[in-house]
Design a protein around this ligand. Structure first.
Ligand SMILES: [Zn+2]
Length: 168
């Protein structure tokens, strides 16, 4: 287990399409590093809910989420359904922590995935859990939040916080 360096925007590895997991022992080692790395990011940045294996340089289809007090380990996730309804949000990413991106995501998604023991499961996610899953699923295919937004929808974190304060 180790805290790993998080790849930053511009690193070509972030554009790689990750390979399906077949070696679940190896996936468990990746999950341990993802949890350590996510924990460290939350301690140092004060936010963060999910991370994909490619972000620590492991091109394998593994996602770790800590959402509302629950740990989720998603291996080989695929979409079973995506709602036609979309919603707009400000997204962020460990790989560009000072950039906020306004984009659209599906209101709800249903996914199939395997756990660390290769058992199959499904889950349905709505709202902020749904957009979190879509963000991390994109990483598995080399897609970043900035790809889903026009350039007018980008803001540095400092500027975004300034705008939030003016709004409230
Ligand atoms: Zn991200």
């Amino acid at each position: 287990m180790a805290i790993r360096r998080i790849l930053q925007l511009g690193d070509p590895l972030l554009r790689v399409i990750s390979a399906p997991v077949t070696d679940f022992a190896a996936a468990q080692a990746v999950l341990a590093d993802l949890d350590d790395t996510l924990g460290e990011f939350r301690r140092t940045h004060g936010f963060g809910r999910g991370i994909s294996a490619i972000q620590i340089g492991a091109p394998t289809r593994v996602i770790l989420l800590r959402f509302e007090g629950t740990l989720y380990e998603l291996i080989n996730p695929t979409y079973a359904a995506q709602s036609p309804e979309m919603f707009e949000l400000w997204d962020d990413c460990f790989s560009f922590p000072n950039l906020l991106v306004r984009l659209q995501r599906h209101c709800s998604v249903r996914i199939r995935y395997q756990d660390r023991h290769a058992q199959h499961h499904e889950l349905t996610a709505e709202g902020s859990f749904s957009e979190l899953i879509q963000h991390e699923m994109d990483h598995l295919d080399g897609i970043l939040a900035v790809d889903r937004a026009p350039s007018t929808a980008l803001a540095t974190r400092d500027q975004w916080l300034r705008q939030q304060r003016h709004r409230s």
